[in-house]
Design a protein around this ligand. Sequence first.
Ligand code: G3P
Length: 221
Amino acid sequence: MKIFLDTANVESIRKYNDMGVLDGITTNPTLLSKEQGPPEEIMKTIVSMVKGPVSLEVIGTESVHMIEEAHYLKKYGQNVIVKIPMIPEGLKALKTLSSEGISTNVTLVFSANQALLAAKAGATYVSPFIGRLDDIGHNGMAIVKSIVSIFRNYQLKTQVLVASIRHPDHVVQAAEIGADVVTLPPDILGKMMKHPLTEKGLEAFLSDWEKIRNESPRLTK
Ligand code: G3P
């Protein structure tokens, strides 16, 4: 399963990129609004610093505008994935963009039927928002399970990108279901790496090493 970072924060992207765990980035207008500076510059910086796919969202709500914006955003780099909202005009735009070979990520997907239609229209990725479904008392992960099973039944090539993740356990569940990608806020990726027993164990190893360090002066610490 691929791991994307769901952020427009360049520092967070740099931090996790250096660890070699990042396969790509997803952004949206809300995430960009949290950062300082012109959004276009931020998007260009992200596209240039990451090798993998970077999702950038269109603002237009009519297919003609979405297509124009997609052509514009694609000029930022080959790795740009154009994020299209799951609305009827979005499906229309998808048809054209997929025939042009432009990769897309259909966002704001809240049902298996929406995912099926996006896949039929040629989406590269569909993004079910599981946390927002959980927030209103639905079962977000059940939708992911359903989408993965439908795409398998009909050998649809569209990848399932699990978004709106709120907890590290969502990542485990998405992997068990067989989702293709999860996109994570930086704090969730940070939590995935940590375990109190790892910290406790390392502390004990280092303090025991102190007792014998003089016998191996070339090793640090
Ligand atoms: O990339 C969009 C998605 O992950 C949004 O998450 O936390 O705003 O529901 P959230």
